[in-house]
Design a protein around this ligand. Structure first.
Ligand SMILES: [Zn+2]
Length: 296
């Protein structure tokens, strides 16, 4: 029962480190709280013009179908915010788990000592990926392979015709988006497959179709769910970072790990009453708690 398990949750750093040191398979589940310290707000905290918008409408396939111009202007605005943001100490702490020297010190019992813990993020800001910049190439590649962006990435686009996907940090994606005032942009002027100077080709990746942000919208299935379900089966320590475990899928992940005898450690700014029972809870901004508690 949530209330009973809450009372038993510990905030003792040494006890947590003992569990970390004996864990064989660690998974990290991250959410919005991980990026809060980088200035990335949730949809509903969007600011200015977008405060009045219905986030659900801006993040559904139906909303895009009805008004791609409005959705693209919204995502352009969010892309700009993400571009201006930098990974914070929490992203860097998680990135440091990619280093063999760090892993062998704090988690020497890991089964796959050569690969970093699996990092599942619900964030689309790409900051966990950017936090890997500066690591030695081989370490970075290994860490990238262990990073699952389950809701996609705001810097990726997908063609609504040929389904070609592409990741680019270029901004704006087309000149019509330079104008930040909300207006009705014709589809032919929105981001299109093959670029703004589309040649008329119908080839894959150059077909002229309307692009959409390659992010998971309400009503769509998150990425990597099969792999995540499989990995959770043998996970014995789940770190829940900056995301409430009261809503799915996070609630389901923690419950799965608990049901199989694993431990759950939560790093978050607050502790909702109905959170799935955690063994450890470290309250506070995760850019402060994570580096301290992990000892990295
Ligand atoms: Zn296309």
């Amino acid at each position: 029962m949530p209330s009973a398990s809450q009372t038993t949750a510990s905030s003792d750093i040494q006890s947590f480190r003992d569990v970390l040191a004996s864990s064989k398979s660690i998974i990290i589940l991250a959410g919005a709280g991980l990026s809060a310290g980088s200035g990335i707000q949730t949809y509903r905290g969007g600011g200015g013009l977008w405060n009045t918008q219905d986030a659900d409408y801006l993040a559904t396939p139906q909303g895009f179908k009805e008004n791609p111009s409005r959705v693209w202007q919204f995502y352009h605005h969010r892309r700009e915010i993400c571009l201006q943001s930098q990974p914070n100490a929490a992203h860097r702490a998680l990135a440091s788990l990619s280093k063999l020297s760090t892993l062998s010190r704090i988690a020497p019992s890991l089964k796959e000592t050569s690969s970093p813990p699996l990092l599942i993020t619900q964030n689309i800001d790409s900051l966990s990926l950017r936090a890997l910049d500066g690591l030695p190439p081989a370490v970075k590649t290994a860490a990238e392979g262990r990073l699952l962006e389950m809701h996609g990435c705001i810097f990726s686009t997908r063609c609504t015709s040929c389904q070609h996907t592409q990741c680019t940090y270029t901004s704006p994606l087309c000149s019509a988006l330079l104008d930040t005032k909300e207006r009705d942009i014709p589809i032919s002027e929105l981001p299109r497959c093959g670029g703004e100077n589309w040649s008329g080709s119908n080839r894959y990746g150059k077909c002229g179709g309307l692009l959409r942000p390659d992010v998971v919208w309400f009503g769509e299935i998150p990425n990597h769910m099969g792999e995540i379900a499989q990995r959770l089966n043998w996970c014995d320590l789940l770190l829940v970072v900056g995301t409430s475990s009261t809503v799915y899928p996070a609630a389901g992940f923690a419950a799965t790990v608990k049901a199989r005898g694993g431990k759950v450690a939560v790093f978050d700014i607050e502790n909702p009453k109905d959170r799935v029972g955690a063994d450890f809870i470290f309250l506070g901004p995760c850019e402060e708690t994570l580096p301290e508690v992990l000892g990295v």
